[in-house]
Design a protein around this ligand. Structure first.
Ligand code: CP
Ligand code: NVA
Length: 337
């Protein structure tokens, strides 16, 4: 069975159209309920480059690749030294001779595009400084589980307007999520990403709200979402960020301003006591651990969609429906950020 994603890169949420994204989430939900994904990666090897630390992303991808019959090869900065020992293009050209796919967590989105440019095998974005699409796909599955819907669900993203927030903005446009981004002044999402989110949205859809007003964000939220104030690579700015983001902590006082049904999500890892208190993270309204589990289901579905039919071993029903007239270029990702 063919899928729109078959053989393609997944570099950003903006690579997807709404129907493909919804099919992917539905596939993830079915597999979570027990549908057999088959073994689309049988006899295949997927390299994983991690130039930044990871728990959830690396383990969930490694487990998913293994469950689908494939073999993961994880490469870390200390051994691959991409851009220092060898150019990005050469790393890509070499890996392309050995493996059937690449999962890459690298700081530079430009380098991610460089890898994709020089590989024929599909490349999956496992987080850059500009976006974290696998995280937000999994978050959308969680959103559906906790609110019963995606389109029209109200999400307040409170925190830094960087990678995770950027992918939320794209998902909101694509899937019709009512997103309010609350950041301190100076930490707003990149305007190009906000424009892209608006372009992805159907005509007449309400735009993403970007504000520094916490009350506006949480007042009608179904989900209050937060991320760390100091992302990986920003450790030198930790003290300044603690000060700037101080009033934006997700704590019991803030949550009291949200509707009673509102749930709390966090991509994790959490910097407890900074962006979120223990009381909230471990409290009854937090769904963060179920949210983390969904990384596995969504990425397993994503791998099925990308590798469906590539070796004829995919079980019927495991892939996504092919769109009519799939004529798009294989590399449809927008440039940085
Ligand atoms: N949320 C997330 O991507 O976690 P890791 O950094 O542990 O992979
Ligand atoms: N914004 C965070 C996300 C971690 C999953 C970071 O880049 O470190």
């Amino acid at each position: 069975m063919e899928s729109r994603l078959q053989g393609r890169d997944f570099l950003s949420i903006a690579d997807l159209d709404a129907a493909t994204c919804e099919s992917l989430l539905a596939l993830a939900a079915r597999q979570k309920r027990g549908e057999d994904p088959g073994r689309p990666l049988h006899g295949r090897t997927v390299a994983m480059i991690f130039l930044r630390p990871s728990n959830r992303t690396r383990v969930s991808f490694e487990v998913a690749i293994h469950r689908l019959g494939g073999h993961p090869v994880a490469l870390f900065d200390r051994e691959i030294e991409m851009g220092r020992r060898e150019s990005v293009a050469d790393v890509a050209r070499i890996l392309d001779r050995f493996v059937d796919g690449l999962v890459a967590r690298i700081p530079s989105h430009r380098d991610l595009l460089g890898l994709a440019e020089h590989m024929r095998a599909p490349v999956i974005n496992a987080m850059t400084d500009a976006s974290h699409p696998c995280q937000v796909l999994a978050d959308c599955l969680t959103l559906e589980e906790v609110t019963g819907r995606i389109a029209g669900a109200r999400v307040a993203f409170i925190g830094d307007g960087n990678n995770v927030c950027h992918s939320w903005i794209e998902a909101a446009g694509l899937l019709g999520i009512a997103l309010t981004v609350v950041t301190p002044r100076g930490y707003e999402p990149h305007p190009q990403v906000v424009d892209r989110g608006a372009r992805l949205a159907p005509k007449g859809a309400p735009p993403v709200r970007v504000t520094d007003d916490l009350r506006l964000g949480v007042a009608d939220a179904d989900v209050v979402y937060t991320d760390v104030w100091t992302s990986m690579g920003q450790e030198g700015e930790h003290e300044r960020r603690r000060e700037d983001f101080g009033p934006y902590q997700v704590n019991a006082e803030l949550l009291a301003q949200a509707p009673a049904h509102a749930r709390v999500m966090h991509c994790l890892p959490a910097h407890r006591g900074e962006e979120i208190t223990d009381e909230v993270l471990d409290g009854p309204r937090s769904v963060v651990f179920a949210q983390a589990e969904n990384r596995l289901w969504v990425q397993q579905a994503l791998l099925c969609a990308i590798f469906a039919g590539r070796d004829g071993r995919v079980q019927a029903g495991a892939g996504l429906p092919a769109p009519e007239g799939d004529g798009g270029a294989r590399r449809a990702a927008p440039g940085p950020p």
